[in-house]
Every structure is written in C-alpha cells, then in structure tokens.
Design a protein around this ligand. Structure first.
Ligand SMILES: Cc1cc2nc3c(=O)[nH]c(=O)nc-3n(C[C@H](O)[C@H](O)[C@H](O)COP(=O)(O)OP(=O)(O)OC[C@H]3O[C@@H](n4cnc5c(N)ncnc54)[C@H](O)[C@@H]3O)c2cc1C
Length: 285
C-alpha cells in the first residue's frame, strides 16, 4: 500500500514526488512518457535554469525524483477505482493499492473513437500483454497514437496478423515488416457477427480484435467520478478534487499551461496529500 500514487512524471508529478518524499510519504510515480515538456525546444522562463531545452529540464526533474528513493514505474494507468479509504490503480495488467492519488497527467485530451469505450473488453483492448494471446493466429487491428504504440504492435505481430492505422502523425519506421500499414483515419469501432469493424474516413476493415494504444487515457475511463469543468479537472486551493483522497496538479487543472505553475501546484498537492494521509493514519490508530 503506497501513501500516494502519482500519475505522470512531468513537471507537476516530479515536483509533487520530491516534496512527498521529503514529507516521508511512500510514493510511486507511474508514467507513460515524457509529457509536454519534451516537446518544448527551449524553455526560457523557468527560474534558475535560463535557456534550457525542454527534454533536458524534464530529464533533470526525473533524475531528482529518482535520487529521492521514489519508485518510478513506466506504464499506462488504465483505471483508478475508489475503494473507500484507499484506491486500486490498474497499470497495464497489474493492480497497485494507494491511500491517495495525484493526477498529474498533463493536458492530453483524449478523444476516443466512436463505440470504443462501450466495446472495451468486448473486442477492444488497451493492453497487448493482457489480451494479445486471446488472438493467437488471428487478425488484429492496431490503432496507434504515438511512438509507444510501435512496440506494442510489434509484440502483437509475433502472435497474430496485424494491420496498423495511425490516429495521429508519428514515426512508423520501427514497425515490424510483417505489419500492414493502412493510411486511413480511424473514426469508429463496431462489433458485428463477422467480427470487429474499424470504420475509417475511406471505408471499413474487419478483424477479430482491435487494440488501441495512446500515451494517455480519457478521464471518463480513468476516473469517471472526478469533476471536470471546461475540459480541466476541478480543484480547490489545496489541489483537492471532488473525490476525497484524489488531488490534481499541472496542465490538467487548466491555464496557464506553464512548467512553473505545474511545479507549484505539484508542491501544494504533495503537502495537502501529506496532511490527508496523516489524517487517515491517525484515524486508524
Ligand atoms: C511545444 C511546447 C513548448 C512549451 N514551452 C514552454 C515554455 O517555454 N515554458 C513553460 O513554462 N512551459 C512550456 N510548455 C508547457 C509545459 O511543458 C507544461 O506546462 C508542463 O510540462 C506541464 O507539466 P505537467 O506535469 O502538468 O504535464 P506533462 O509535463 O505533460 O506530464 C504529463 C505526464 O503524465 C503522464 N501520463 C498521462 N496520462 C497517463 C496515464 N494514463 N498513465 C500514466 N502516465 C500518464 C505522461 O506520460 C507524462 O509523464 C510548453 C509545452 C509545449 C507542448
């Protein structure tokens, strides 16, 4: 049981992890990528580090977290389940328990395909390791939205015949030669007697299963109970959401989308979490 699981290792998540460790909390950070900062060519407004490349700044932040004894886990958080006084967190196909949660997932607004969420677990999967073997020797459609999808598609190609569709522009150079790439824009997923159907801007494609790989998960799937306003997670002054034990920080709480704001909110959230966890533990005595 962790005191806090932080979802995201960008500016907000790293800042929160450092402060949470300094308050002696048992912390795990789960992250699926480098976040927005990796895309910033130069950052000129981060105090103390003038004119630094975005990827260097996030690398320095992550190294700082690692030196503090924080468990860093590379993976995609698929779902967070409130369990009363704790939370179960599904990371790929493993479950972790925590007393509190910090959402620090950045701005990524995930737009799912039509029918995708309703068919999750019924022909649609987000996890190659968990579900790939069900399709041994069969036809799989992969919808990929970033570099992370390449590795997953290649793994599936060892098991089944894979056809790959890009949801957003990314480098396909690393795809296994056995994978068929179709340059059509995915629109919706349906299930019919003949199998799973992917509708694109140009037609339809049939397979036994559809795997969707994005670097983030829609809030409606991740934690549907959390209140969202104007596309941002609603928080109060201590970065608490409407769910007891769930806090949020950084770009996901809205403007300004800036590293220094994300770091500040991560710091406030970590202190609030320390006080929340202390309250839980004192109450249990
Ligand atoms: C091109 C560009 C230039 C920029 N220039 C500047 C600048 O000059 N100055 C400045 O202050 N700011 C700049 N920014 C903004 C800055 O990068 C962001 O404000 C900052 O990175 C926000 O930090 P964050 O922690 O909220 O989110 P992010 O840094 O985006 O981190 C989000 C983290 O959440 C993870 N994640 C998301 N969903 C999941 C999930 N389901 N499971 C596991 N992990 C998940 C991601 O992998 C990532 O680790 C720029 C942004 C861009 C895109």
């Amino acid at each position: 049981m962790f005191d806090v699981i932080i979802v995201g290792a960008g500016a907000a998540g790293c800042s929160a992890a450092v402060t949470a460790r300094m308050r002696n909390l048992d912390v795990m950070v789960v992250f699926s990528g480098d976040g927005a900062m990796r895309k910033a060519h130069w950052v000129d407004n981060y105090p103390g580090l003038p004119h630094i490349e975005g990827h260097e700044l996030v690398t320095k932040m992550r190294a700082h977290v690692e030196t503090m004894g924080v468990k860093m886990l590379y993976g995609l958080v698929q779902k967070i389940l409130p369990m009363g006084r704790s939370f179960s967190v599904l990371v790929d196909n493993d479950i972790y328990e925590s007393r509190s949660i910090l959402l620090a997932c950045g701005t990524s607004r995930v737009k799912t395909l039509g029918g995708e969420e309703a068919l999750l677990g019924q022909g649609v999967s987000y996890c190659a390791t968990c579900d790939g073997m069900f399709y041994k020797g069969k036809e799989i459609i992969v919808v990929g939205a970033g570099a992370e999808a390449i590795e997953e598609a290649n793994y599936l190609a060892e098991i089944a015949r894979v056809t790959y569709f890009s949801e957003s522009r990314h480098d396909l150079a690393g795809l296994d030669a056995a994978i068929t790439v179709v340059s059509e824009k995915p629109k919706a997923i349906k299930r019919e007697n003949t199998g799973m159907i992917l509708e694109t801007d140009k037609g339809t494609h049939t397979a036994d299963g559809v795997f969707v790989f994005r670097p983030s998960v829609a809030m409606t799937q991740l934690l549907p109970e959390v209140a969202v306003e104007g596309g941002s997670v609603k928080v109060d002054k201590i970065m608490a959401t409407n769910i007891s034990g769930v806090f949020a920080a950084g770009d996901m709480t809205g403007q300004p989308l800036q590293a220094a704001k994300a770091v500040g909110e991560g710091n406030v959230a970590a202190l609030s979490i320390a006080s929340y966890v202390k309250g839980l533990k004192d109450g249990a005595k």
